[in-house]
Design a protein around this ligand. Sequence first.
Ligand code: PLP
Length: 286
Amino acid sequence: MSRIVYVNGEYVPEQEAKVSVFDRGFLMADAVYEVTSVLDGKLVDFDGHAKRLQRSMDALDMASPVTMDELLAIHRELITRNDLEEGGVYLQVTRGAPPDRDFAFPDPEQVPSGLVLFTFAKKLAQSAAAEKGIKVISIEDQRWGRRDIKTVQLLYPSMGKMMAKAAGADDAWMVEDGAVTEGTSNNAYIVKGNTIITRALSNDILAGITRAALLRFANEAQMKVEERNFTIDEAKSADEAFISSATTFVHPVVEVDGVQIGTGKPGSVAQRLREIYIEESRKAAV
Ligand code: PLP
């Protein structure tokens, strides 16, 4: 069965999906995106993703192509049409396709925003990375200064992923002015004693929807959370480390720049948070 994707108002087989060569997402990375995970055929934290999407569009003065209710209906329709049980929905809003390439934004009255969504199947609740943990390397953060906006400018994070691969690791943690910002496509945490430490929100990092849920669950479970900068040296001597994102939930980090973290096995805080996250997400999914 061919995957059905959504492109600018139509549901079509993926082979038939087309976007214009003048689309600003394609020409200028003038587009924002969201990835919402799917468990048991339902969306995890759709509201959180919809709100962040709105925030990204507002920050870039980009018009929304549909209402958030319509967006939810499109997500659900795609899940049904593709018979998706577990995985995710990728969504991208672009500033549309003006008649020609131009640095100035087109008038949204004349050039409507573009909208593309597709589903992907992926095992999320069961994962080898969650059981074994992952290895990360540190790299310099060379991204632009508005990392709080979820744009499709993902070249440097892709390069970071390749640097990690070349070093025999799974991912890279980016470092700016001596402190870890985040992973290539996830938020970064360390655990010292009973305290979970993660960088505070600012323009420097993406406000992870998974991060927000995890910090809420950690507080409810009386775990201590400190939102502050931490260094790679601090990570190397931490008891545990982990990452979070919509498609990984929580993955323990067992090695940083070749140095084993804690026992070298996934830590109990990361494992516990992952369990709570999956349990609560299944309950609240829509
Ligand atoms: N940080 C970056 C740079 C990301 O790309 C992502 C997800 O793609 C995250 C953090 C985690 O965000 P979320 O939990 O909403 O998936």
